[in-house]
Write a protein that binds this ligand. Structure first.
Ligand code: ATP
Length: 338
């Protein structure tokens, strides 16, 4: 059966890593019918808006998206397109697994999953600046909004994910000692939801700052971590660092009806157009998409080929110690899957 999916190649290194990913998906014979759409700065330049209606309509049709990184246009009025998409399609759970692929790193045998609440908190966009006297921006204000429903669906997702994937423990990460309202609600709801999983999944909780320290000192004590939007943003970069950096960290945005797969990293304008970007994160995101769409066998073939190619180290990109190009790495993975 053919899978219909929307493809957004994105900005910066997006076109290079998307091309690499499509080559590998072709090589494995992934039966995907792509509807190519634009978003981000590229879309602003070509069609005058960073999030065209045609892109939204395509996602409404397919409910499935593979997305390269998007740049947020600098200047007034534009919010992050990625955040807007998460909110538009209520993709409330952001799944960010980190697993050691490359041996000989500072940390061995890392196998963790971060579940980030994806639509609330400080990302709701309630922001303002207040003028005082001659200073138009004397005071700045950002309001975090957290709802019981929002907390519950993300936390329940984390526990269900743990059950479905044979994970033993969920850690609720918060700052309830200071942010008593927004983080307090998240922790309260977390403890309530955890009771329903008693005997199946262990639970504990940790304050965000201690969590960051513990992840660096002894990451193996964690299994699944669930947290609010901004803490999740920060922790997922930290966790990517445990396994060799952003080039290897994929993510899935999951909602009731729509799922969007992407790399954790941004558009990396500093290396765009040079064929040095590591496409692994987007390729691994595509594997998550294949699994989601009922193609676990092809996902496994791609993941095995990618891991083998990374470990072999001959065709890897420079961020993981090699000197291969984006295209060369993609060809090496493609040759292994086909
Ligand atoms: P954003 O605000 O969109 O997150 P950013 O530039 O702050 O953008 P990233 O784009 O994630 O953050 O890049 C952070 C650093 O990691 C940059 O130095 C970038 O070159 C590097 N980087 C990110 N992705 C990759 C990749 N796929 N391959 C190699 N290096 C990468």
């Amino acid at each position: 059966m053919t899978i219909a999916a929307t493809l957004i190649e994105g900005d910066g290194i997006g076109p290079e890593i998307t091309d690499a990913t499509l080559r590998i998906l072709d090589a494995v014979g992934a039966p995907i019918d792509w509807d190519e759409q634009v978003a981000g700065v590229g879309a602003l330049e070509s069609v005058g808006t960073p999030l065209p209606d045609a892109t939204i309509e395509s996602i409404r049709r397919t409910h499935l998206v593979l997305k390269g990184p998007l740049m947020t246009p600098i200047g007034s009025g534009f919010r992050s397109v990625t955040v807007a998409l998460r909110q538009e399609f209520a993709m409330y759970a952001n799944v960010r697994p980190v697993r050691t692929i490359l041996p000989g790193q500072r940390y061995e045998n890392i196998d963790l999953v971060l579940i980030r609440e994806n639509t609330e908190g400080l990302y709701v966009g309630y922001e303002t600046t207040i003028a005082v006297g001659d200073d138009p921006k004397a005071v700045a204000q950002s309001t975090a909004i957290v709802t019981r429903v929002g907390c519950e669906r993300a936390i329940r997702f984390a526990f269900d994910y743990a059950v479905a994937n044979g994970r033993k423990k969920v850690t609720i990460c918060h700052k309830a000692n200071i942010l008593k309202a927004v983080s307090g609600l998240f922790l309260d709801v977390g403890r309530e939801v955890a009771q329903e999983y008693q005997g199946r999944v262990a639970v504990d909780d940790v304050i965000i700052d201690a969590c960051a320290m513990k992840l660096v000192v002894d990451p193996w004590q964690f299994d699944v971590i669930v947290t609010t939007n901004m803490f999740g943003d920060i922790l997922s970069d930290l966790m990517a660092g445990l396994v060799g950096g952003l080039g290897l960290a994929p993510g899935a945005n999951i909602g009731e009806h729509t799922a969007l797969f992407e790399a954790v990293h941004g558009s990396a304008p500093d290396i765009a157009g040079q064929q040095v970007a590591n496409p692994s994160a987007l390729v691994l995101a595509a594997c998550m998409m294949l699994e989601h769409a009922g193609e676990p066998e092809r996902a496994k073939r791609v993941r095995d080929a990618l891991e083998h190619t990374v470990r072999e180290g001959i065709h890897t990109t420079r961020d993981v110690g090699g000197n291969g190009s984006t295209r060369e790495f993609a060809d090496a993975v493609s040759n292994r899957v086909s």
